[in-house]
Design a protein around this ligand. Structure first.
Ligand code: F6P
Length: 382
């Protein structure tokens, strides 16, 4: 069997578990077949600039537990719509052929892309390029990643469990200070338009109110819960809010539009806004504070569960390379490692594509919401 040259990259935002996938993939591939491996730096940008590092057991030693990515991340380098400066002006161009040729010149036979929906959409488009090349071109495989856990094509993405652990721990920390001061603390967590992190951590961390994008909140609903707790002798409350949550108007608070990013809108400010609204109503009884957990949710070490999930993904990709597969993404289905076509993985953002089936969001009438309600947790609805 001819020697394989496997390139990989980590696109989009970082998520704890990327390094564990790289660590496992490198070891599994070397144990299964003869190969060389390289990693492009800063996602697709490295592919375009031909900027890569050699990956082997030595250069990837000691990274299994570490968050971030040793290959670095970028979430605004879509090579099919890339920002270049021409005649002193910024223009957007499709530079994907340049990147593809770079790979061919390097003798790359396989490309493994670790990323979220934007990154995987490009992976699909690189796989399509291969179909037009005589002999099949470079084989492309994807690995799903996002702390938001909102990819419908897989039951679970790595990074999510770590984020839930971090948020849960921080809700506990905020509880003790809120209780001491008889305060209400509104905590903003990540997740974009999906409330998974907030819902899981909110239940595990005993939030009193969980505000998620899937269930429009009302200030009245949140205040009602806070007052009910006070009346029951609990004059403090924790309100956990997803960054993309919205009230009756359905409009989340957008801090900034980020051109070139597949996510587009950067959410932010909802915790501060809700805290201000609540304070107007209850300032005679409680002080209100807000806290934005931000990128703390993605930092530090990877949780043991995410290390295992990532290792399983990495191992499965190695098997798929061995078996000659292309144009597919590994996924978790019924608790088992499977794969699906990249054609069936959703796209979002500036490619203008409509998500296939949309992002995976929380069912407002689903089991976990019912569990939370049974625990007395309010969703800020009336
Ligand atoms: O998609 C993952 C995520 O962490 C979201 O939860 C969050 O809205 C976004 O990325 C933040 O992106 P950035 O790191 O570019 O600020």
């Amino acid at each position: 069997m001819a020697k394989k040259k496997i390139a990989m990259l980590t696109g989009g935002g970082d998520a704890p578990g990327l390094n564990a996938v790289i660590y496992t993939l490198v070891r599994a591939c070397h144990s299964m077949f003869d190969c060389e491996m390289i990693g492009y730096k800063f996602g697709y940008r490295g592919m375009y600039l031909n900027d890569f590092v050699k990956l082997d057991n030595n250069t990837t030693s000691g990274i299994l537990h570490r968050g971030g990515s040793i290959l670095y991340n970028s979430n605004k380098d879509n090579l099919f719509n890339y920002s270049v400066v021409e005649n002193g002006a910024e223009v957007r161009k499709d530079v994907s052929d340049v990147a593809y040729q770079n790979m061919l010149n390097e003798g790359v036979t396989h490309l493994v892309v670790l990323g979220g929906d934007g990154t995987l959409t490009s992976a699909r488009d690189f796989a399509r390029k291969g179909e037009k090349v005589a002999g099949g071109g470079i084989k492309v495989l994807g690995v799903p990643k996002t702390i938001d856990n909102d990819l419908p094509a897989t039951e679970s993405t790595f990074g999510f469990d770590t984020a839930v652990n971090i948020v849960t721990e921080n809700l506990g920390r905020l509880h003790t200070t809120a209780e001491s001061h008889h305060r209400v603390i509104v905590v903003e967590v990540m997740g974009r338009s999906a409330g998974w992190i907030c819902l899981h951590a909110g239940i595990a961390g005993s939030a009193d109110v969980i505000v998620i994008p899937e269930i429009p909140y009302t200030v009245d609903g949140i205040v009602k819960k806070i007052e009910a707790r006070s009346a029951a002798g609990k004059p403090f409350s924790i309100v956990a809010v997803t960054e993309g949550a919205a009230g009756a108007d359905g409009k989340p608070l957008v801090e900034k539009f980020v051109p070139g990013s597949p996510d587009g809108d950067r959410f932010g400010g909802v915790a501060k806004y809700i805290a201000g609204q609540i304070e107007e109503r209850i300032k005679d009884k409680h002080e209100v504070r807000h806290c934005v957990l931000g990128h703390i949710q993605r930092g530090g070490d990877t949780s043991p569960a995410d290390r295992i999930l990532s290792a399983r993904y990495g191992f499965k990709v190695a098997e798929m390379i061995r078996d000659g597969e292309t144009g597919r993404m590994v996924c978790l289905k019924g608790g088992k490692m499977e794969s699906i076509s990249l054609e069936d993985v959703l796209g979002r953002g500036e490619t203008g594509e409509t998500a296939k089936g949309g992002a995976k969001t929380v069912d407002p009438n689903g089991e976990l919401v019912k569990v939370a309600r049974a625990l007395g947790i309010s969703f800020g609805d009336l």
